[in-house]
Design a protein around this ligand. Structure first.
Ligand code: URA
Length: 225
């Protein structure tokens, strides 16, 4: 760790929930709000130490659709809500274009702490993909969210979310837009991550990526009818 890294994050109180206490807290939680409160002190993996806060899911408790991303980004880590940064803006535009009211869905992530490294120069915090152990440590929170909300369909945004629910051999490029069974109960349909639209190399690619995202969201809505 560099000196800058050692100074950087807001480090929460280390006296939080370990993996065993997490199970007990989930069992005892009587509501989604109770789950959110408990998750705020989760220490079941090490990511909490360099994150500002736990970013729990947000949205309608009676949502028919759950949207699942990878992990909070820089803005989400600061603001404490999922998909409120640049990828969230693309997601909002795509939801609008597909005729989906964001206030009626539930939005969450596979991993609920921001994993990052410091940019070689400057202060930027660069996203790092969570590893399998970090995903597993967070899994009970996702299972609890799904059990509470009871969505009819989960839309996986990007490969990390898709592989977490549909298996490591799942490929978004080949299998997007199909509702497939999951171990969590509801089926899941995968599409690209909204940040893929931001990363597209030019306007034409950006437009094609965005249109594909919207088309998958429309397919998801049609499958609810
Ligand atoms: N990317 C994600 O996967 N989730 C967020 O909440 C924000 C960006």
């Amino acid at each position: 760790m560099t000196d800058a890294d050692a100074r950087a994050p807001v480090v929460p109180d280390a006296d939080g929930l370990d993996a065993t206490e997490r199970e007990e807290a989930i069992r005892r939680a009587r509501s989604l709000a109770g789950l959110r409160r408990a998750a705020a002190s989760c220490r079941a993996c090490d990511l909490w130490a360099r994150a500002t806060q736990t970013v729990f899911g947000e949205g309608s408790e009676s949502a028919r659709l759950m949207l699942l991303g990878e992990q909070p980004g820089d803005q989400e880590d600061r603001q404490g809500a999922p998909f409120v940064g640049p990828a969230g803006r693309i997601l909002n535009e795509a939801l609008d274009a597909a005729g989906i009211d964001r206030s009626l869905v539930y939005v969450t992530n596979v991993v609920k702490h921001f994993k990052w490294r410091r940019a070689p120069r400057g202060k930027r915090r660069i996203h790092q993909r969570p590893d399998r152990a970090e995903e597993e440590a967070c899994r009970p929170w996702l299972e609890a969210e799904v059990a509470r909300i009871g969505p009819e369909l989960i839309i996986c945004l990007g490969a990390t979310a898709a592989q977490a629910l549909l298996g490591r051999s799942f490929r978004v490029t080949r299998q997007r837009g199909q509702a497939l069974p999951t171990e969590l109960g509801p089926p899941a349909l995968a599409t690209i991550h909204p940040s893929a639209v931001l990363r597209a190399p030019d306007d034409a690619a950006r437009e094609a990526a965005f249109d594909g995202l919207v088309a998958d969201l429309r397919t998801a809505v049609r499958s609810l009818d």
